[in-house]
Design a protein. Structure first.
Length: 104
């Protein structure tokens, strides 16, 4: 009986400490994986909206998860086709090329 009570007394603080990990900002593996997948999908959909090929997107964003990037690209492609949305070319790249041409 004493051992059970001692085990409960020792288990309670450990449980409280482990439950507080979320408050400390320690993320679980599942949470990190979900975040990486969401980031990859966002990158893929942004690439498709900008009119980039999927291969270019893979080359630019090497650290992103390829499967998630492709899923986001494909979802945005379907959405753009259904709603007849044209790609929006990136404006910053065109401005940067114009600025370097003027500097020469």
């Amino acid at each position: 009986m004493r051992r059970t009570a001692l085990a409960l007394v020792l288990a309670f603080p450990a449980t409280v400490l482990l439950a507080g990990c979320d408050m400390l900002g320690i993320e679980s593996a599942e949470k990190i994986a979900a975040s990486r997948e969401a980031d990859g999908k966002a990158v893929g959909s942004a690439c498709r909206h900008a009119g980039r090929a999927i291969e270019d997107c893979f080359a630019i964003y090497k650290k992103a998860d390829r499967a998630a990037v492709f899923a986001g690209w494909r979802d945005m492609n379907d959405y753009m086709r259904e709603n007849k949305i044209e790609p929006v070319p990136p404006q910053l790249a065109a401005q940067a090329k114009g600025a370097t041409a003027e500097a020469r």
